[in-house]
Ligand binder design. Structure first.
Ligand code: NAD
Length: 380
């Protein structure tokens, strides 16, 4: 169907990220054990295969409501029956030394409960984006990580991805001149008959439809490209309530963020558009266009006014899990901590507040500053 590209089609381009390398690497003896919570599309399509490409992370646990599915995957992955947990007996991971990190891959509204339970069980947590379905839950997650003295990382894979890192470094280098404008567009067609999309179209469960699912990449992207935080946001929505998909969420949302440097970012997102995850940076002297810029693979960058780079493709999920393993072992800084996820939750709320007030500007200068710049901390 023209223009109707499925999420898997657009961001996977038909390939699992792990398909980039079929040769597994032997994990060292101090590999960090990960349990996946939620065995849906992302876990089965990307994360389970990505462990083959990990150097420091190892799959050691599965948490699912479907025992048959979990047992089948355990057997395929050479895990014993003891490595399989249900949501009911999940807290028993506390006494499982093979699990050091719990990776939350559930619908957004379940992230807070399972993150907090995992932290209370003494585990570190890697949590999918958006970190929660509302700001209060996100705040509770950050507080729980502090209270438990455990690491909480949000799975912002693009902050560890070579093309996006190149873009950040080119902006920081000044080669394009002062950045004037960042434009992001993230969207696709949602399928209400796909259970994986049904919860995304439910405001209570997703926390914001396309904005929470895909727009968040543009909000986060503008922030990491510019390496500063917006001081003011205003936004509009165009939602046709005759479309059964958008009964509780907005459809097309556009927003504008102002930054202290004078740069402006504009973003848009929709679940009723041709699929893309694109960003553009316009400087005084040069520009770069990443289209796509945030897919699992096949990303492309066109630079004008500076040298065109050659960028390696990696397994983004393997890198992100390895990064978390290195954080746990004290070998790497926490680049995308809970606070980074909370900032996007607050900005999404500001965008929805502005939409509700007919585009009135909402101040967002509450003082958040990123602790670690990925452009500095993460290698190429
Ligand atoms: P999914 O719907 O395919 O999988 C969710 C899993 O949770 C399913 O196995 C489902 O059975 C289970 N589940 C348990 N209780 C449930 C309930 N009450 N309602 C619905 N499902 C329930 O979703 P997904 O695409 O795998 O996404 C999971 C998370 O990963 C989301 O937070 C999403 O935003 C994130 N995600 C991130 C990326 C990325 O590139 N980083 C890509 C896709 C998804």
């Amino acid at each position: 169907m023209t223009g109707e590209i499925s999420r898997r089609g657009i961001i996977g381009l038909g390939l699992g990220a792990a398909a980039l390398s079929t040769v597994g690497r032997a994990q060292p003896r101090d590999a960090v054990g990960f349990a996946l919570v939620g065995l849906g599309k992302l876990s089965l399509g990307q994360l389970v295969p990505a462990f083959r490409n990990c150097r420091h992370a190892q799959l050691t646990g599965l948490v699912s409501g479907h025992a048959d599915k979990a047992n089948r995957i355990a057997s395929e992955q050479n895990l014993s029956a003891n490595a399989v947990y249900s949501y009911a007996n999940f807290d028993r991971i506390a006494v499982d030394p093979a699990i050091e990190v719990v990776y939350i891959v559930l619908p957004n509204f379940m992230h807070a409960e399972y993150t907090i339970r995992a932290l209370k069980a003494g585990k570190h947590v890697l949590c999918e984006k958006p970190m929660a379905s509302n700001v209060a839950d996100a705040e509770a997650m950050v507080a729980a990580a502090k209270a438990a003295n455990r690491k909480l990382m949000i799975a912002y894979r693009c902050q560890y991805e070579p093309l996006n890192l190149f873009g950040m470094r080119l902006v920081r280098s000044g080669a394009l001149g002062k950045t004037r404008l960042v434009v992001t567009n993230m969207g696709r067609q949602a399928d209400p008959n796909d259970p994986s999309d049904a919860w995304r179209l439910d405001m209570q469960k997703s926390g914001g439809g396309a904005l929470a699912d895909m727009g968040i990449y543009g909000i986060n992207g503008a922030r990491y490209l510019l390496n500063e935080e917006p001081v003011e946001v205003r936004a509009h929505a165009q939602t046709d309530r005759r479309d059964p998909r958008v009964q509780t969420v907005e459809d097309l949302i556009t927003w504008e963020c102002r930054f202290t440097s004078g740069a402006i970012s504009t973003g848009s997102t929709s679940f009723n558009q041709a699929g893309t995850m694109a960003w553009e940076v316009y400087g005084e002297r040069g520009k770069m266009i990443a289209e796509p810029g945030c897919f699992y693979n096949g990303n492309r960058l066109t630079v004008t006014g500076a040298e065109q780079p050659k960028i390696a493709e990696i397994d983004q999920f393997a890198r992100e899990m390895d990064w978390m393993a290195d954080v746990v072992r004290g070998r790497a800084p926490l680049v995308s901590p809970g606070e980074e996820g909370l900032q996007d939750m607050r900005l999404m709320r500001a965008i929805l507040d502005s939409v509700a007030r007919g585009g009135t500007p909402v101040r967002t200068d509450w003082g958040y500053r990123r602790a670690v710049d990925p452009a500095v901390a993460v290698g190429a």
